[in-house]
Design a protein around this ligand. Structure first.
Ligand code: HPA
Length: 278
């Protein structure tokens, strides 16, 4: 899916929105996107309604096994949320517009903020497997982005500002929450690559030299889309492997999922407490 015109995009979005509104009149204020191995947060939601991606017109369908593929509407931390359990990755073959689509739809049904999590490799030598990191900034190394193509001026500007993609107020709240709960949480820069292969030692060394603290295969397209529409953004990475070029160990998806499961309770706590305080 790549739109040729703004009208084509609007028609598809409006059909998806109409379908959802026909299913539920729930109006979420927050969109949660749960990353690889991090779907458990959805279990904490006081669920009002669930819709499978494959029911929603024009919605991409998730292919990765560790992703469930449903929208969960309900209350979390006293706030009305919609959670995407399962997200779309560029390496699966989706276009950037497809990856952006659920964020566009969530905004159209009321979401004003995006809270996003992901699994990432740690480049910063102070980071360990199972740690969590608040995303302060990002570097887009995916070589593509969801804003290329016709711009819908009703949604956002042609040339969006990127001086504060991750909302300062949200960052401060998350910092305070982590302190109050004695959760060790790093802060840093997330670098997005396409994947699906992990990186070579030379690439990890290069990324670290560029100023990145973690590397992953998601999040940046959704964040760019949210920023384009003026949404607030909070992002948290869980460190699933240590990407130290001079001591690199082979990694497989089982290791990544195990490390994500180890860090998940910390991330869940931070997100719920941030929602409570917002
Ligand atoms: N590289 C890229 N993406 C990742 C990694 C990594 O080392 N770990 C988890 N996601």
């Amino acid at each position: 899916m790549k739109y040729d015109t703004v009208e084509e995009f609007r028609q598809k979005r409006d059909e998806a929105v109409a379908f959802i509104k026909n299913e539920t009149d729930f109006q979420p204020e927050y969109l949660l996107i749960l990353g690889t191995g991090l779907g458990q947060l959805a279990d904490e939601i006081e669920t009002q309604h669930v819709i499978s991606y494959d029911q929603i017109p024009h919605f991409p369908v998730s292919t990765v096994e560790s992703h469930a593929g449903k929208l969960i509407f309900g209350t979390l931390g006293g706030k009305e949320v919609v959670a995407m359990q399962g997200r779309f990755h560029y390496y699966e073959g989706y276009t950037m517009q497809q990856i952006a689509f659920p964020v566009r739809v969530a905004k159209a049904i009321g979401a004003q903020s995006l809270l996003v999590s992901n699994a990432a490799g740690g480049l910063n030598p102070n980071f360990r497997k199972g740690d969590i990191m608040l995303i302060r900034d990002h570097i887009n190394f995916q070589g593509d982005n969801p804003l290329i193509g016709p711009n819908d001026e009703e949604l956002g500007p042609r040339f969006p500002d990127m001086s504060e993609p991750y909302t300062e107020r949200m960052l401060e709240l998350a910092e305070n929450v982590a302190l109050d709960h004695s959760i060790k949480m790093h802060q840093g820069v997330y670098l997005a690559v396409t994947g699906p292969m992990l990186e070579t030692k030379a690439e990890y060394r290069y990324m670290r030299n560029l100023g990145a603290d973690v590397v992953g295969m998601s999040t940046v397209p959704e964040v760019i889309t949210a920023v384009h529409m003026g949404m607030d953004v909070l992002g948290i990475s869980v460190i699933t492997d240590e990407c130290f070029p001079d001591a690199l160990e082979p990694v497989d998806i089982e290791d990544v999922l195990a490390a994500a499961a180890m860090a998940e309770p910390k991330m869940t706590q931070v997100i719920i407490s941030v929602l409570e305080r917002l």
